[in-house]
Design a protein around this ligand. Structure first.
Ligand code: FES
Length: 74
């Protein structure tokens, strides 16, 4: 059976979800231990457990698309 490819999915107003085998490397070139096969990577910058998402993006109102100025909040 062919292994499934690793996927990285960008969620609107949220993290990047990595599904599958991946080696994450920190700023010092060291592998970051991964406890799960599917992980959420913070892209809002406010998580207290970086590089993982801790859900704080919801509290801060992080948006992945720029506000178009029309006031149509999501
Ligand atoms: S994307 Fe979820 S805390 Fe940053």
């Amino acid at each position: 059976m062919k292994p499934r490819p690793t996927t990285i999915t960008a969620y609107p107003d949220g993290p990047l979800i990595v599904r599958g085998e991946a080696v994450l490397i920190d700023e010092h070139g060291q592998p970051i231990p991964q406890r799960r096969r599917t992980v959420a990577l913070c892209r809002c910058g406010v998580s207290a457990i970086k590089p993982w998402c801790d859900g704080t993006h919801k509290v801060t109102g992080f948006r992945t698309a720029p506000d178009d100025g029309h006031g149509d909040e999501r």
